[in-house]
Design a protein around this ligand. Structure first.
Ligand code: SAM
Length: 316
């Protein structure tokens, strides 16, 4: 089912917890407030199962730090049991050296590992944790257990922009398949630290000149480049109508809302009463279908061609 802008929903991004063992100075916490509890594995998988009827094929687990959920294995298993094609996770990677095998065995298809520096010192400055070496071990473990393809997330700020090409080199040496260079977005703490924003335009130019432009991905119209053995994807959600035009994502917040856009607090449908109310299974599923229909009907691009005055420059 498509929204009124012709955009399908194919990807459900689930915030499984707000708890985190890192404290990245720019963290947007997926644009969510701090209140509310967490959904159970059962509730998450039911929302995904009904979402499948509306086009959901992939589920991305995020947080907070998803690996801190004690029942993360159960969450992954249940999502695979209801037939989600691809279950992936965005993680800071700190625990992967210990649990990558368990996650893979539970059915996790792949990981995005956030790595915002190539030096222990800057890593600590950005995340407040002395964890660079441990995250690198986690990446190696993912390779070992076949949790592939491995993608790195690198949020580019004034603090680490000089390391962009070093991290691509490190990725290549570690057998990482892909790296996402993410422009800082002004959401959550990202708003307060937006003075660390840097444009990725110069980097894109270099990627194109020294690497090869591979075209844009359907998802978010993100431009992709081949640079050595690594694929590099540039992620620019803010002030980018091309990104919104290619958005196929809907979110499930930690406290049970179907949220239609990272930026739009008011564009969500609260489904907690549907999940927790005293209903038969049939009534619950029927109400969840209505909730999806409502969410799709209120889904709007945050940045729209011809409406907002943003730089309209095709990527690539
Ligand atoms: N704890 C996990 C991690 O570090 O990957 C998952 C949660 S984190 C909120 C999800 C992704 O959003 C990470 O790759 C993180 O670096 C990125 N992110 C967080 N705040 C951001 C911001 N203000 N701008 C751009 N990306 C951001």
């Amino acid at each position: 089912m498509k929204d009124k802008y012709g955009r399908p929903i194919e990807d459900l991004r689930v915030t499984v917890t707000h708890v985190c063992n890192f404290s990245c100075f720019f963290c947007h916490m997926e644009g969510e407030g701090n209140d509310g509890g967490e959904l159970t594995a059962e509730e998450i998988s039911l929302v995904a199962k009904v979402g499948k009827e509306f086009g959901i094929k992939a589920v991305k687990l995020t947080g907070g730090e998803p690996t801190l959920r004690r029942d993360i294995v159960e969450i992954i298993r249940k999502l695979k049991d209801v037939g989600i094609e691809e279950v992936s996770m965005t993680t800071n990677g700190f625990l992967l050296d210990k649990i990558a095998r368990k996650l893979k065995d539970a059915g996790l298809d792949r990981v995005n590992i956030s790595l915002h520096s190539t030096s222990s010192q800057l890593f600590k400055e950005i995340t407040a944790v002395n964890g660079f070496e441990k995250v690198v071990k986690g990446i190696e473990e993912c390779n070992k257990v076949g949790l592939k393809p491995i993608k790195l997330n690198f949020v580019v700020t004034r603090k680490n922009i000089s390391e962009v090409f070093k991290v691509i080199e490190l990725a290549e040496n570690l057998g990482v398949d892909e790296i996402h260079l993410i422009e800082l977005h002004p959401v959550g703490l990202g708003k307060e630290s937006f003075n660390y924003y840097v444009s990725l335009d110069e980097i894109k130019k270099t990627l194109k000149e020294k690497g090869k432009f591979l075209g844009t991905r359907n998802k978010h119209n993100r431009p992709r480049y081949q640079y050595g053995k690594v694929k590099v994807e540039v992620v620019k959600p803010y002030a980018n109508p091309f990104f919104c035009a290619g958005c196929n994502r809907i979110r499930l917040t930690v406290d049970g809302k179907l949220k239609t856009c990272l930026y739009k607090e008011d564009r969500s449908v609260d489904i907690i009463d549907i999940l927790r109310g005293n209903y038969t299974e049939e009534e619950r599923i029927s109400a969840l279908r209505d909730a999806y229909r409502l969410a799709i009907s209120i889904r709007e691009p945050n940045f729209l061609f011809g409406v907002n005055k943003y730089e309209i420059k095709q990527v690539g």
